[in-house]
Design a protein around this ligand. Structure first.
Ligand SMILES: [Zn+2]
Ligand SMILES: [Zn+2]
Length: 226
């Protein structure tokens, strides 16, 4: 036993390094970290934007990154400690956080509990748009690789910078609701050029356009990857 070693009064372990007269593990479990009971971030399921600093935005940071940042800012450690990192290890009502800090050259690792959530939401722009009547529906289907087909198709659709009213994921693809039929037809042609697929359009009347004195029509374009 070295001259400097002492015993932790809490667990009786011998240790050269005592912090506030406790060994590192006993000190680390003391409830001396302060954190708001809950922290969350709003995430729009339609456009995947995140509410950050008052704006709905989609950027380099994921919803999880932003949530971790917020937690980090509101976390209060005993003032002799320096924060090294914060990582959410479990989301949800019974969430967990791994907090690493340093004190007197010793690394301390704590698990802090709280409610950490990414709340699924519909941003104001999307909720406005879903109120807009769609004029065209693109049904994207693939039995080869639906995810890839939908992802690539969305890229072609976005070339025309359309207003997308809604994207519904279904079993073998997705239904894309657009407010402009012209753009839908254009996009369908582009997608067909890139993929070997079957294309089928159908129209449906859904009302009467009094100004133009003709039925209002919606177009549905089925694109099925062969
Ligand atoms: Zn101890
Ligand atoms: Zn949105």
């Amino acid at each position: 036993m070295s001259i400097k070693s002492r015993f932790c009064p809490e667990c009786g372990k011998e240790s050269d390094k005592l912090i506030e007269s406790l060994c590192i593990s006993c000190y680390s479990v003391k409830p001396n970290v302060r954190l708001p009971k809950q922290k969350n971030v709003l995430f729009c399921v339609k456009c995947e934007q995140v509410l950050n600093k008052g704006f709905w935005m989609k950027g380099i940071k994921s919803a999880e990154d932003i949530l971790e940042e917020r937690i980090t800012k509101s976390l209060v450690l005993p003032h002799a400690e320096q924060l090294i990192s914060v990582k959410i290890t479990e989301m949800g009502e019974e969430g967990k956080l791994k907090v690493v800090s340093k004190r007197d050259g010793e690394t301390l690792t704590r698990e802090v509990e709280g409610k950490f959530e990414i709340k699924k939401y519909c941003c104001p722009a999307c909720s406005r748009e879903s109120g807009v009547d769609y004029l065209a529906k693109l049904q994207l289907r693939s039995s080869v690789n639906p995810e890839h087909f939908v992802e690539e198709s969305l890229r072609y659709i976005k070339f025309s910078n359309p207003k997308i009213a809604k994207v519904d994921n279904v079993l073998h693809g997705a239904d894309i609701y657009l407010v402009n039929a012209q753009i839908a037809r254009q996009a369908a042609r582009r997608i067909k050029k890139q993929f070997d697929c079957l294309i089928k359009s159908s129209y449906r009347n859904y009302g009467w356009d009094k100004q133009k004195d003709r039925p209002k029509r919606r177009i549905t374009i089925l694109l099925k990857q062969k």
